[in-house]
Design a protein. Structure first.
Length: 573
């Protein structure tokens, strides 16, 4: 294998700016550089053996996050819910669903996390409630024209007898975004908007009571000691006046800006006023509380508007998650993200997996440039598991070396793949049903975590119950198989988080080193990072001290250790 000499030269070029960045960063707000671990409560750890994860289960396993080196945990919703969308359909924002435990269990979880030095971020779902929320029930009972209906988006239908939906909007989960209700006297009545499932009616954010209620919910959880909120569908709360038609499909979580036109249901300027008032609520509390936006908006300039100094603190960087495994694409996303977010004084965030997307260990095993699927089923082309894991590990070390804050999704520290052969009859994601199977949906990334290779349900629940089936391969990924094993994905994550902290990568600055087209090489402070996405090994500078690698190094043509294809190395040079 040949190795172009220029690469080696470029990697050794001293960079004074980068050297300066190696100075210890001043103490700053924790969230600017935090590694935040997402727990999906249903699937993390089951304390009572019913097959569904719960808060006592999470509390008992929080030491795992501390061992890993996470700074904070974000928990997907655990509130009272009929679970039409796995808890993203909230019926009571101020209580815990019995499936997950009680308010006391939530308090105990927060207390334990704080004891371990882990901050707690909870999910807030303000765009819609459950149809079983008392407000929606009251709206149905009160009938058209009532004040109760004004908290939601009820409208008369089109057509002679109102038999057609009020506009042409589609649900993100497939099908119409409108459902017609019977009026209290039994006659066919008004329609209500639900951008997601029928059981998730959208609130009308022009209504002052909606605003007051959600601020009161923020205070309820802030009073209980949480450190922040992940704001669900942060780009959707305000709709364009008049709810005009939008002649486009709703792509599930694919960004909201098709062809430059702003859809009337996403990213309306009115949302910012809401976040400005929430910021005031958070700022009125002691401690360093934070808001992170789940906003699928593009381009990064639009996203940056959510994290202006008087709005939220962070926004998920889905452009990074969606970038293809090509050096140029990744570099462009990284540059643009840093540029746009720092222009408003906000930290960049990085994320590769969450509960809505195919896990990156599987996604990166699909052909480069292929459209990101919404779930993978047995009938689909299967990802290359080995390649996927190799690239996932490289992607992770790339991500964790970038300045800013990083989000991890439970199980990725085990290199967990997507469940790609789940039987259809156990699927629970409303997307699967609403698209009549056209999109299999998100169940494959929500499968319970394997803790112990030889225990029932791989240690997830003591009874062996598991609300979604775990593939047998999960045994090979179990925590107990990887803990203490040099080179395991788990130990790689631990080492990365330790080094990231010790070398202050999260508060550092990135300085690119120009080299081969398919190589990402940069300095962040004292660390030189080389992610090789090209076909040829890239030799490390002479005398480089290897800090961490995502895969074995090889001998370069010059005899020096070299980074092979789909491997990332952190070195001191
Ligand atoms: C985004 C959440 O992450 C997803 O799981 C949920 O289905 C939708 N928002 C609707 O709340």
């Amino acid at each position: 294998m040949t190795h172009p000499a220029t690469q080696t030269q470029d990697l050794t070029t001293p960079d004074p700016a980068a050297r300066a960045a190696a100075e210890p960063a001043p103490a700053r707000e924790w969230w600017r550089s935090a590694v935040i671990y997402q727990v999906y409560p249903r699937s993390f750890a089951d304390g009572n053996g019913d097959g569904v994860g719960d808060l006592p289960g999470i509390t008992a396993r929080l030491a795992h996050l501390a061992e890993l080196g996470a700074d904070a945990v974000w928990l997907s919703p655990f509130y009272v819910s009929p679970h039409a969308d796995a808890g993203y359909d909230v019926a009571d924002y101020r209580d815990v669903d019995p499936l997950f435990g009680s308010l006391e269990d939530a308090d105990a979880m927060v207390a334990r996390a704080h004891e371990l030095g882990i901050r707690v971020v909870v999910d807030l779902v303000p765009n819609h409630t459950s149809d079983e929320h008392p407000w929606f029930r009251a709206a149905l009972a009160a009938g058209r024209g009532s004040v109760e209906r004004e908290r939601y988006l009820f409208r008369e239908g089109r057509g002679e007898t109102g038999e057609l939906p009020p506009n042409d909007w589609r649900s993100v989960f497939g099908g119409d975004a409108w459902t017609r209700v019977p009026e209290p006297d039994g006659t066919p009545g008004q329609w209500y908007l639900h951008l997601f499932d029928t059981k998730q009616p959208d609130l009308d954010w022009t209504h002052p009571e909606v605003r007051e209620e959600m601020e009161s919910v923020l205070r309820f959880w802030l009073d209980r000691g949480v450190d922040g909120f992940r704001v669900d569908v942060a780009h959707g709360l305000v709709k364009a006046p008049g709810l005009p038609d939008w002649d486009h499909d709703q792509e599930l979580l694919h960004g909201s800006n098709s062809g430059g036109e702003r859809p009337p249901m996403w990213d309306q300027d009115g949302v910012h006023e809401i976040y400005r008032s929430w910021r005031k609520v958070l700022d009125s509390y002691p401690g360093d509380r934070m808001l992170v936006a789940e906003a699928w908006v593009a381009p990064a300039e639009r996203l940056a508007s959510y994290v202006r100094p008087d709005e939220m603190h962070q926004a998920f960087n889905f452009d990074f998650l969606q970038a293809s495994w090509r050096a140029a694409d990744l570099r462009a996303v990284i540059d643009r993200s840093i540029r746009e977010l720092s222009a408003v004084g906000a930290p960049t965030t990085w994320v590769l997996s969450n509960h809505d997307v195919v896990r990156h260990a599987s996604r990166l095993g699909l052909p480069v440039g292929a459209r990101r699927p919404n779930g993978i089923s047995a009938g689909d082309p299967q990802p290359d598991a080995e390649l996927g894991l190799r690239r996932a590990r490289a992607a992770t070390l790339l991500m964790l070396a970038l300045p800013g804050s990083a989000y991890l999704y439970q199980g990725e520290e085990l290199g967990l793949p997507e469940h790609t052969t789940m039987p259809h009859d156990v699927r629970q994601d409303p997307t699967y049903h609403r698209t009549e199977g056209d999109e299999v949906g998100r169940d494959g990334c929500r499968v319970p975590v394997p803790w112990q290779h030889d225990a029932p349900a791989f240690g997830f629940s003591r009874t062996g119950e598991s609300w979604l089936p775990q593939p047998s391969a999960y045994g090979h990924h179990a925590v107990d198989v990887q803990r203490g094993v040099p080179g395991s994905t788990y130990e790689m994550y631990r080492a990365a988080l330790r080094l990231r902290r010790a070398t202050a990568l999260g508060t550092g600055e990135l300085a690119w080193l120009d080299g081969a087209e398919q190589v990402l090489a940069f300095r962040n402070g004292a660390v030189l990072v080389v992610a090789n996405l090209g076909p040829e090994p890239v030799s490390l500078p002479a005398g480089a001290e290897v800090l961490l690698v995502s895969g074995d190094l090889v001998a370069g043509s010059d005899g020096r250790p070299a980074v092979p294809t789909d491997v990332t190395a952190w070195v001191r040079a």
